[in-house]
Design a protein. Structure first.
Lengths: 476, 66
């Protein structure tokens, strides 16, 4: 294993800035590693030549004293529904397989401005509409900790890439947990910021009112660095307007001792496998040792809000895909086509009722956040499932993988609050488990400070998966 | 008149202007019915005085609370 593979963006940045290491050296190292990791199927498109050229440009600029900041010369990847000018953006679909955008997404442009180097576009569940990344058009993406298991999704390629040392940073999107689920199942950090913190312009939607872009990284510090670079107002996404941009990296070291934190312990959110429960309880002991005041709380109307959120996702997704679903239904994979069709049967009244439930839940969660600085709960109820697995048994319930894996994460999309997952141990079969920390709207600073303090007190973020089997793979 | 599990949904699809093959509807019927039945569970919530959210901002900021 190369020594660069698992260096954080912050570590690489320090070495680039001091000119101890060049961006070209890092990019070459990662491209070699990426070539040996094709069996994971983490990327749909690798932009090797463009990455080499961008790295040379970065090194040249830095050599002349024009250092842009901590992402200058740092290799990153983007989920393949984020537009990249001149580089195909497939959405993991046959329908967009040859789509080449003429403009960068807002996130892409900000990363380019920060001097980041694009390694490639990562795999995803078709149109981000699912949590396994078992993609019928590009093949299944594999979890670096066990290639027979899913990496989670929909940003599964991003989770697998970051966990496997294929770049320190990837940008994903999260509509019901699609950043946090793969981050948790792959043992890395995943941050879904407040709705409106990062522009959605140029990102293919799954559900407009629930979609959140955000970073997957191996450290909390890197998540803060990336958030700083890509957050902020953008006139093309009205939700981003009118909010100040704090210094997220400065916030990492804010003291957390004495903060009141709610442990989400209602019946709905307590439904986890035994291994995840054991790991989570150990994480609570570590949080307690940091001086937090932990109290059990219940998220109100959890089951009903799940129904309402499903109604919103399915209705909005059906609207996004209305024309293609009518004109070329055969070009969708069977699973996503069926889900889109189901969404067409909701009435406008049902959709609006679901949005009223959202108002109710936002008010009730807002009341919780008057008493607590943050809420904690597991990121997923179970560890990564097998690629061939359709259902999960928890207690005496058997449920489909999608509804189980989104159980803990979707409330944060529904209410728009920021939430992060950090590695917190290993459950069944040595698979990673994530600790989720959610905060008040626009208060990523506290979420990051808590996550950083937890990370500093535990060893889990330093564990690495086995090296992947070297094999060629389709889809490149 | 109804002869198949997707017939009621076929009528609904027709009214909604959807073009869905009958075979697909029959296959999807249990899931669609379950989704629509779930809607009843939302009827009991206190929603009468509330407006739809659309954008999920909460009436609270970082400076409030503990």
């Amino acid at each position: 294993m190369s020594t660069l593979a698992y260096a954080s963006a912050a570590e690489l940045a320090a070495r680039i800035r001091s000119r101890e290491l060049s961006s070209v050296e890092i990019v070459e190292d990662l491209l070699t590693r990426l070539d040996r990791s094709l069996s994971l199927n983490a990327f749909i498109t690798v932009t090797a030549e463009a990455a080499r050229a961008q790295a040379k440009d970065a090194d040249r600029e830095i050599a002349t004293g024009s250092y842009r900041g901590p992402l200058h010369g740092i290799p990153i990847s983007l989920k393949d529904l984020i537009d990249t000018r001149g580089i195909r953006t497939t959405c993991g679909s046959r329908i967009r397989a040859e789509h080449v955008p003429t403009e960068d997404a807002a996130v892409t442009a900000r990363l380019r401005d920060a001097g980041a180097v694009l390694l490639g576009k990562t795999a995803l569940h078709e149109f981000a509409y699912g949590v396994t990344t078992n993609n019928p058009h590009f093949g299944a993406t594999r979890n670096p900790w066990d290639p027979e298991r899913i990496p989670g999704g929909s940003s599964g390629g991003s989770g697998a890439a970051v966990a496997a040392g294929l770049g320190p940073v990837s940008i994903g999107t999260d509509t019901g947990g699609s950043i946090r689920i793969p981050a948790a199942l792959c043992g890395v950090v995943g941050l879904k910021p407040t709705y409106g913190r990062i522009s959605r312009h140029g990102i293919f939607p799954l559900a407009w009112s629930l979609d959140h872009p955000g970073p997957l990284t191996r450290t909390v510090e890197d998540a803060a660095l990336v958030l700083q670079a890509i957050a902020g107002p953008d006139a093309r996404d009205a939700a981003t307007l009118g909010h100040d941009l704090p210094d997220f990296t400065e916030a990492l070291d804010h003291p957390v001792a004495g903060l009141r934190v709610g442990v989400v312990a209602d019946e709905y959110h307590r439904e986890t496998t035994g291994d995840v429960r054991t790991v989570f309880e150990e994480a609570l002991r570590a949080l307690g040792a940091l001086g937090l005041h932990l109290e059990d709380v219940a998220l109100p109307h959890a089951a009903e809000s799940g129904i309402a959120q499903t109604t919103i996702i399915m209705s909005e997704a059906a609207s996004v895909h209305e024309r293609w679903l009518r004109e070329r239904p055969e070009d969708y994979g069977a699973e996503v086509r069926a889900r889109l069709r189901r969404g067409q049967f909701f009435s406008a009244t049902q959709y609006l009722r679901a949005q009223k439930v959202r108002t109710l839940l936002a008010q009730e969660v807002g009341e919780l956040f008057r008493r607590y600085a943050a809420l904690v709960l597991p990121a997923t109820p179970c560890v990564a499932t097998l690629i061939t697995q359709d259902t999960v048994v928890i207690g005496d319930h058997t449920s489909d993988v999608r509804s189980v894996l989104t159980r803990m994460t979707r409330f944060a999309n529904f209410t728009g609050v920021p939430a992060i997952t950090v590695p917190c141990g290993f459950g069944a079969d040595g698979m990673p488990v994530g600790l989720q920390i959610a905060g008040r709207p626009w208060d990523e600073a506290t979420v990051l400070a808590l996550a950083h303090a937890y990370e500093g007190a535990t060893p889990w973020h330093t564990r690495r998966p086995p090296e992947p089997a070297e094999a060629s793979s389709a889809g490149h | 008149m109804a002869t198949g599990p997707g017939d009621d949904l076929a009528r609904m699809a027709l009214l909604l202007g959807l073009r869905v093959p009958l075979d697909d509807l029959e296959q999807e019927a249990p899931q669609i019915r379950a989704l629509l039945a779930d809607q009843d569970k939302l009827q009991a919530l206190p929603l009468d005085d509330r407006e739809p959210a659309f954008i999920p901002w909460l009436p609270i900021g970082p400076s409030a609370g503990a």
